[in-house]
Design a protein around this ligand. Structure first.
Ligand code: TMP
Length: 208
């Protein structure tokens, strides 16, 4: 019988280096002969990519609840697609999951956290809600975080979340730390070198 693949989630605020770590982890697993696929929310499916473009456009005004519904729709579609990979034994390395909705829509935009959990459970499943490993990358130096985003050229257009004010960014950052505490999720400092962070993530899940 085919063993189910592991579902690993790398989370954290914009600019903490999640994409780099997803790539490094996939490389490392590939060198051990483990087949992986990548999940990046929102996106990953034709409809998800359309939702992503819509969400990222800060010129299109909408309510926080609409954001939650859009993220949930994208999540529902991408999880349906990726679940088949897991069932075939492929590992899924995800950049973001519902923790992002808790941090950004919940702590950042004030949507009720229980409502986010209920909606997410309803439109995904148990395995989505309980990844095999989750890690949060955190950068306490706010100047460094915004510099990294600016260097990517992503503060020039009005990105919906990255260009929001300092108060919003603080709520998201504190939200992630509160979630780490609530769900006992390990937090890794993103101020370290990418190689050290990669090693720390790897150690986490070979233990887990
Ligand atoms: P990114 O994945 O390229 O960082 O872009 C996604 C943006 O959307 C990012 O600013 C975080 C935000 N976001 C939420 O607000 N809620 C969510 O549930 C997700 C997945 C992302």
């Amino acid at each position: 019988m085919q063993t189910r693949g592991k579902y690993i989630v790398i989370e954290g605020h914009d600019g903490v280096g999640k994409s780099t770590q997803v790539a490094l982890l996939r490389e490392k697993l590939a060198s051990s002969g483990i087949e992986t696929t990548q999940l990046h929310e929102p996106g990953n499916t034709p409809i998800g990519n359309e939702i992503r473009t819509l969400i990222k456009n800060g010129d299109i005004l909408r309510d926080s609840m609409t954001n939650l519904l859009l993220f949930t729709a994208s999540r529902h579609e991408s999880w349906l697609a990726v679940r088949k990979d897991l069932d075939r034994g492929t590992w899924v390395i995800a950049e973001r999951n519902y923790l992002s909705s808790l941090a950004y829509q919940g702590y950042g935009e004030g949507v009720d956290l229980d409502l986010i959990m209920r909606l997410t459970k309803e439109y995904t499943d148990e395995q989505y809600m309980q990844p095999d490993v989750t890690v949060i990358l955190s950068l306490s130096d706010e100047g460094e975080r915004t510099k990294r985003i600016r260097d990517r050229g992503e503060l020039t257009s009005p990105d919906t979340f990255e260009s929001r004010n300092a108060q919003f960014q603080t709520m998201v950052k504190q939200g992630y730390l509160a979630l780490a505490k609530k769900y006992a999720i390990p937090v890794i400092s993103a101020s370290q070198s990418r190689e050290i962070i990669a090693e720390q993530i790897y150690l986490l899940f070979i233990r887990g």
